[in-house]
Design a protein around this ligand. Structure first.
Ligand code: SF4
Ligand code: SF4
Length: 98
């Protein structure tokens, strides 16, 4: 999944660099390597790779990250696991193996 693009220029991900303490937790939890920490500040290096899973925002202790989670393909994967009702068409369209 590394280096993959979710959808271009649609993610709701926002980073408030002023609040960031540089702890690095967002780089640890993000499955798509969207962030790097340089000089004790997080920076978004691949915005379009964000799939809006919400892990970074949930794990940022100072609230420096905002993302409207639960609407992206991560949510679709979870729904598929839970209910088995998501069409394979969408997964193929997003480039995931079905
Ligand atoms: S988790 Fe929050 S405080 Fe820590 S590096 Fe990321 S944005 Fe900064
Ligand atoms: S919402 Fe998920 S994919 Fe997007 S930057 Fe945060 S951890 Fe990474």
């Amino acid at each position: 999944m590394f280096g993959s693009t979710y959808l271009r220029e649609v993610t709701t991900l926002k980073l408030s660099a002023g609040k960031c303490t540089g702890c690095g937790m967002c780089t640890t939890v993000c499955p798509h390597h969207v962030f790097v920490v340089e000089e004790k500040k997080a920076r978004i290096i691949d915005l379009d790779a964000c799939m809006e899973c919400g892990a970074c925002a949930k794990n940022c202790a100072v609230g420096a990250i905002f993302v409207r989670s639960g609407v992206g393909c991560a949510s679709m994967f979870i729904r598929k696991q839970k209910h088995g009702r998501v069409s394979a068409f969408f997964f193929r369209m997003w480039g995931y193996p079905v």
